[in-house]
Ligand binder design. Sequence first.
Ligand code: FAD
Length: 415
Amino acid sequence: MASLPRHVAIIGAGLSGLCLALALHQCGIPATIYEARAADFVQGGAIALSPNALQVLHKLGIYERVRKKSYKYQVLTFKDDQHETTDVYYFGHKKFHGYNALRVSRQVVIEEVKLKLSEYNIEVKHDIRFSHVISEFGDSVTFAFTDGTTSSASMLIGADGIHSTVRKYMYPTVTPRYLGQLGIACIIPLSSIRLPKKDYPLPAIISAKPGTLLVLPQQIDGSEVLIQVSLAYPEQSREGWHALNARTDEMVRLFQKDMHAWPDVVQSALENVNEDTLFTWPYYAVPRLEQWASNGKRVVLIGDAAHGIPPSSGQGANQAIEDTYVLASLLGKLCEKLDLAEALEFWQAFRQERMDRIVKFSDMMQNRRLSPAERAKLPESAVWRGTAGDTEQMSWLYAPDLERVVNKMVENRGV
Ligand SMILES: Cc1cc2nc3c(=O)[nH]c(=O)nc-3n(C[C@H](O)[C@H](O)[C@H](O)COP(=O)(O)OP(=O)(O)OC[C@H]3O[C@@H](n4cnc5c(N)ncnc54)[C@H](O)[C@@H]3O)c2cc1C
């Protein structure tokens, strides 16, 4: 009979690493997190959390804490340049998916998970950078950090993001693929936008000749909004991206390109670009990987390290969080019926099927965000469409019964 991993080492204290440690703890598996950044590093920006991830945060005991600090919403409204609603995209509706969607500072979620971890005395070691796997043998893996120290664990989980170093152990030559698009965003007060009417629905995606502008409320009361455009841009080296991020004048120029071709609501947003909060976001994705676990099954990738996806579905963090619950639950069943290979095989099969569907959906959503002229060149089936009346919309994504999935696997496949 297989036994629970004695101790799991997690590389990375992003959302996937932190949530995994908590989920493993609930399954009786001890873990230590190793994070390259300093303990006082503050991750800026807000993220949108959909019901599939919120059900996991609920199970981990932090949903209420996060909800209280979030902006709540249900749909993202697509508007054309005449202010007509063209599509309605559910991001999470309590009635249909169990939870409303939340938009919340990433740092808030990180701090809430860390608080829970400290209640259980789960250690997050900061200022330590994973370097490489030294050996994987039997039920143990030994690995090294860049400061020359080493450690061993019964499993090593790479939760170290889209540019993962742990992934190099299994895929030395795989690198994330640039998708040719750059996002430029900043945060401005909602009051600085000339909304055409008082009850203009937000969040919104406004389409016009130059492209689309995202307007995403944040802060509990939605008093701030993130505005974001995406545009075609040549790939840069890592240093090149950093240099662009430091060139405020160039970012503002790109942001305000074709400014007069946008409707007044967008022009007002672009007139008020806040240089202090400007940032760029080049879109990368991890090529589809055949295996998220090493041949010896002691090294596993989760979150963006395993399946970093294009941003248009808004599911990167949500999927990273989903990973953690399913993986921890299956590892927690090892001593009952499953062996490790079987548990990992099922985990990836279930999660990969969802990721494949999300990537397809993401492509359609990306096409929906093209300018009307570019969109018109595509077949209708390549572009996402949705209406408010379609209450089943997105249930496949937002309302999976993760507990049932895990139990079914154990019942059907266990020895
Ligand atoms: C601007 C922006 C907005 C986004 N908005 C959304 C959104 O609204 N909804 C959504 O679902 N997703 C969103 N995403 C995507 C989301 O942020 C990612 O999918 C998610 O953060 C992945 O989590 P992760 O824990 O796998 O990786 P990460 O968050 O990248 O965390 C990886 C961690 O590993 C650490 N690390 C890296 N290398 C090492 C090493 N060698 N040793 C030790 N530690 C290491 C890093 O310092 C980091 O803390 C957004 C992304 C960006 C850039």
